[in-house]
Ligand binder design. Structure first.
Ligand SMILES: Nc1ncnc2c1ncn2[C@@H]1O[C@H](COP(=O)(O)OP(=O)(O)OP(=O)(O)O)[C@@H](O)[C@H]1O
Ligand SMILES: [Mg+2]
Length: 450
């Protein structure tokens, strides 16, 4: 990673020199620009790790430079320095992507801490994007989303596809566990053979054995014909055991025997058959907890849980929800003959804040519903109907006569939480933004609502 050090944009020569001396110990190359236009000219050909930006420059406002840096997607951290203590300016700067906000006069220690934090953030971001680049960004068929979590998952899927080791997929409902199982199959050497998905929750306990391993004619009442089991159908290919925790303990022991020997005996048959199928399992439960509670055999768990794989919930995938939402919007618009082509600002905001308990399946339903019920070019929040209790509700809100008016303690608490998040938990800086003394903030943090 090549970086052009620090860029210090400050019109006062003496202040710039002072900062330069203070930052010397950090060992970064420092370039000084005394005007906005010089800074911009330099940025045409260089990318610093960090820009220290004075807000008030002789030829332009620092905010314009900040905006330009973001518009050009320069990968550098910006620390804003100003004599203006207005919290509005601070929140605008942070909104425009500034990493930190220092009020003049700045002291040496505060400046060094802020710059070294920014350098660390910059390094981490680069590591993450290098890692993502190494992983190959293209999602497997059916997947959409380029968050770092998903790119890591795509990489793992491709790696495990080449092996025959059992894969155990965990993840909340609707996150794409079955899609992962298919991707493993499709990218591996078995892709020309069968992929057999078995929903363990849907098999009646008394029929599990015959469904999995088959039966011969007359093996039991109702066995009017010979039946090939699902394991045999998957011979040479992949057997996907969905909701595997739903198998009864008896069925689990039969499955274990098959995994240990690779052999099956269809119900009522005398001979054994040797099969070769790769096993992939999935569950939305905490499998270790099921083992601890004695509901899932520990020996089977160790057989299946060779390569564990976790599919992250949609709410943890950042802007993936917008990517997937847009794709679903266009797909459904084409299907329903509607004009929708993109998400409007209000819809983007809503999709980003809703917690998606039903994950992508829920997103699919909500977008489909919106497209069926409305028609426009942009999808807006007003077109979207989310379940009443969407998890954003604070407990008890629904019982109040005017739920749109929040209790003061709650407004205050939310403001404090927002400020703390912006300042990465730094109470002193959060207090500065909220224009209260740090001691007030500490007190409010300790006092919990009624
Ligand atoms: N990353 C993704 N991009 C686009 N569509 C996705 C993605 N992940 C999942 N889907 C879609 O979301 C739906 C749910 O996926 P899938 O059935 O694989 O989830 P699941 O985890 O098995 O759900 P459940 O726990 O309910 O069985 C499917 O229609 C799938 O195609
Ligand atoms: Mg599933």
């Amino acid at each position: 990673m090549k970086s052009d050090g620090l860029l210090l944009v400050e019109d006062s020569e003496s202040t710039a020199m002072l900062y330069e001396t203070w930052l010397g110990p950090l060992g970064e190359r420092i370039t000084i620009a005394h005007t906005g236009s010089r800074a911009l000219a330099w940025l045409e050909r260089h990318t610093p790790s960090v820009i220290l930006l004075d807000m008030h420059l002789p030829d332009m406002e620092g905010m314009d430079i900040l905006r330009l840096v973001r518009k050009r997607e320069l990968s550098c951290e910006v620390i804003v320095i100003t004599a203006d203590t207005s919290h509005l300016l601070a929140s605008r700067a942070v909104h425009e992507g500034a990493q930190d906000f220092l009020v003049k006069p700045v002291d040496a220690e505060r400046l060094r801490v802020s710059v070294s934090n920014a350098l660390r953030t910059h390094k981490l971001e680069h590591l993450a994007s290098d890692l993502a680049a190494q992983m190959g960004a293209a999602p497997p068929a059916g997947f959409c989303g380029s968050s770092i979590q998903m790119r890591a998952l795509y990489h793992t899927l491709r790696l495990v596809a080449h092996s025959d080791a059992p894969v155990f997929i965990s993840g909340e409902s609707g996150t794409g566990k079955e899609l992962c199982a298919r991707a493993i199959h499709d990218h591996g050497k078995r892709s020309k053979q069968a992929f057999v998905a078995v929903n363990c929750a849907a098999m009646p306990a008394e029929l599990v054995e015959s469904q999995l391993f088959g039966h011969v004619k007359g093996a039991f009442t109702g066995a009017v014909a010979h039946r090939v089991g699902l394991t045999e159908e998957a011979d040479g290919g992949t057997l996907f055991l969905d909701e595997v925790t739903e198998l009864t303990l008896e069925a689990q022991s039969k499955l274990l025997r098959f995994l240990q020997t690779g052999e099956i005996t269809p119900v009522g048959a005398s001979g054994r058959k040797h099969l070769n199928c790769r096993v992939v399992c999935a569950t939305n439960l905490d499998i270790r907890h099921q083992v601890e509670r004695g509901l899932f055999r520990e020996d089977l768990f160790y057989r299946l849980h060779v390569v564990p794989l976790t599919v992250p919930p949609l709410r943890e995938r950042g802007e993936d929800v917008l990517e997937i939402g847009t794709k679903l919007l266009q797909l459904n618009a084409a299907r329903e003959n509607k004009r929708f082509h993109s998400l409007g600002d209000s819809a983007r905001q809503l999709l980003l804040t809703y917690p998606w308990p039903g994950n992508i399946r829920e997103l699919e339903n909500i977008i489909r519903h919106a497209v069926v019920m409305h028609d426009a070019e942009l999808l807006e929040a007003a077109h979207i109907s989310l379940p009443e209790n969407n998890g954003n509700d604070v407990e008890g809100n629904a019982d109040r006569p005017h739920p749109e008016i929040l209790p003061l303690w709650q407004v205050e608490q939310e403001a404090i939480e927002r400020a703390l998040n912006l300042c990465q938990g730094n109470v002193g800086r959060a207090a500065e933004l909220l224009q209260v003394a740090p001691s007030t903030l500490y007190r409010r943090l300790r006092t919990r609502p009624p």
